[in-house]
Each structure stands twice: as C-alpha cells, then as structure tokens.
Design a binder for this molecule. Structure first.
Ligand SMILES: O=C(O)CCC(=O)C(=O)O
Length: 288
C-alpha cells in the first residue's frame, strides 16, 4: 500500500511510525484487524490466565446469549493481574496513531468461552451495534473511532473458538444488528475466518468489524479479555450505571445498553502510573 492511499483518519505522519506499527496499521486499515503478538510475555501469561479464570469463576454475571460464555464487566475492579500490560507500548502506539493522544479505556471485560459454547450472532461493537441505546445510526460514516481488543490469555485457534471475523467488513456502513443489513446475523459468511494467535497476543480491530463468538470445540476453556479504547472526545457515559445520561437514554427510554461499572478509587490508586490516564475518566462518581 502506498502512503498516498486514503488514510482513513490514521493520525500523524506515517514516517514517524516504526515499520512494525505501520504493518499493524495497514492491516487495520485494509482488513479491519491485526494481531499483535507477545503483548503478555509467555512467562507471565499462564499466571494471568489462572488469575482471570479464578476471578470469573467468582464474579461472573448473568450474561445474555450466546450460551456457555462467562462474562465479568469491569474485571479491573476485581483483578489487576494484567493491568500493567494495558499500556503496552506497541499496542498503545497503534491506538494513538488511530485515535490520537489521550485515549481512554471504555470497557475491560473478561470473557470465557466454555467447551461447547454456542456460536454467537454477527455484530459490530458499541457504538455501532444498533441494538444498543447508545449507537451511531446506520448508515454510519467511514471513520475509525473505537477500537476493540481481544486479549488471548489462551491461544486462539479454529478449534477453541478464535473469534470469527469478516475481513474488510469494517468499511461497510452497517452491520447485521441493523434491520437494514442484508446479511442474516446467524448465517455463516462466505469469507469468514477465525482470528488466531499464541497466548499473550492481542487481536486489535476496528469496532465496526463484523465479528461473532465462535463455538469452542476443544475440551478446555478459552480465556480472554475484551478491552476497548476510545478517543477522549467520545461520550461513553451511557455505559456508566450511575450516570444521568444512562438514566435518560436507557432507564427512562426503556432501551438496552452494556453496563460498565465505574472504577473503584482504591483500585485506581494502585494501578501502574502509565495505566492511570486510561481509567481516570472512569473513576466512580461521588454523590454531591
Ligand atoms: O469472545 C469472542 O471471541 C468474541 C467476543 C465478542 O463478540 C465481543 O466481545 O463483542
């Protein structure tokens, strides 16, 4: 790809980025996703996986379909074993190149796909999922302004349910959560593939990318974190349980929305200094 191609709002001169980062950005721009390997070094990955698995066992909440998936929102409040890696230089290099300075974490969830879990429906993530009260209505503009990352605490492969993705679908102006989309959310897509990687890798994708939970056909759980990054200017308050915006747009309007509990002050205080700026906006709101 030449540097004269449309940049799809990737900020900063491409010359200022190193070769590896340029490759990640090219994949993200052309296919809608890339995989950054070795974000969590091998030696630490097993301990983090064990810690997250134990936390999910203790804290998992009732989650909607697909069946067989365990979920903990804002797991950072219960488990900080992985916290240091959230500000990984290579990953944040990609995030900043796309979203600009002062990115923020919008979601920190744990997801465990148990052996035999059901396949999920095709969707794009918040704020492009049309089933959420807070969404950018389809047809939406061709701009990348929210990044989803799936952290492979287990290796991801076709057998254990590496995430299903449709390469290139991030440039569509709609997705199968919209009645206007021609594709049935439950039907396989001809060009779908499983995103894969070794444990410790991070799948990074444009939140508009069509993706779905894949069935885990192995006999061990697939353990992952879903961490999403937003630019400073994207309003994420609808996700916060105690916000007035949520009261207005979800409770009073009778809508559906993800719930992202605020971060406990005591947890925030013990986070690594490089990670604090990513969560500062999500500190619990003190009653006036
Ligand atoms: O766990 C996966 O592979 C997919 C998760 C997913 O679809 C999501 O978090 O939006």
């Amino acid at each position: 790809m030449s540097d004269s191609m449309p940049t799809n709002n990737v900020l900063g001169g491409p010359q200022s980025l190193d070769k590896e980062c340029r490759k990640f950005l090219e994949d993200l721009r052309m296919n809608g996703f890339c995989v950054i390997d070795n974000v969590i070094p091998d030696k630490q990955c097993a301990a983090i996986r064990d810690s997250v698995s134990a936390t999910v066992e203790r804290e998992h909440v009732n989650y909607l379909p697909p069946a067989g998936v365990r979920f903990v929102p804002s797991i950072i409040n219960h488990d900080q074993s992985f916290a240091h890696h959230l500000a990984d230089k290579r990953l944040l290099g990609v995030v900043r190149a796309v979203l600009g300075e002062h990115p923020r974490i919008s979601f920190t969830s744990a997801i465990i796909n148990m052996p035999g879990n059901a396949r999920g429906k095709w969707h794009a993530d918040w704020p492009f999922n049309q089933n959420n009260a807070g969404h950018v209505a389809a047809p939406y503009p061709d701009a990348l302004f929210h990044i989803t990352t799936l952290w492979m605490l287990s290796p991801f492969d076709a057998e254990n349910g590496g995430t299903l993705v449709v390469p290139g679908s991030h440039r569509a102006s709609t997705n199968p959560t919209s009645p206007s989309c021609l594709h049935d959310a439950e039907a396989p897509y001809p060009t779908e593939l499983h995103a894969g990687g070794a444990a410790g890798s991070v799948l990074v994708f444009d939140s508009r990318l069509w993706h779905a939970t894949a069935p885990n056909r192995s006999n061990t759980s697939r353990v992952a974190l879903a961490v999403r990054y937003a630019p400073w200017w994207l309003n994420v308050e609808i996700l916060r349980p105690e916000s007035d915006l949520r009261r207005q747009m979800v409770a009073e309007a009778g809508g559906n929305e993800n719930t992202v509990p605020s971060i406990d002050r005591q947890v925030y205080e013990v986070l690594p200094a490089v990670v604090k700026p990513l969560y500062r906006h999500w500190l619990e709101l003190r009653p006036e």
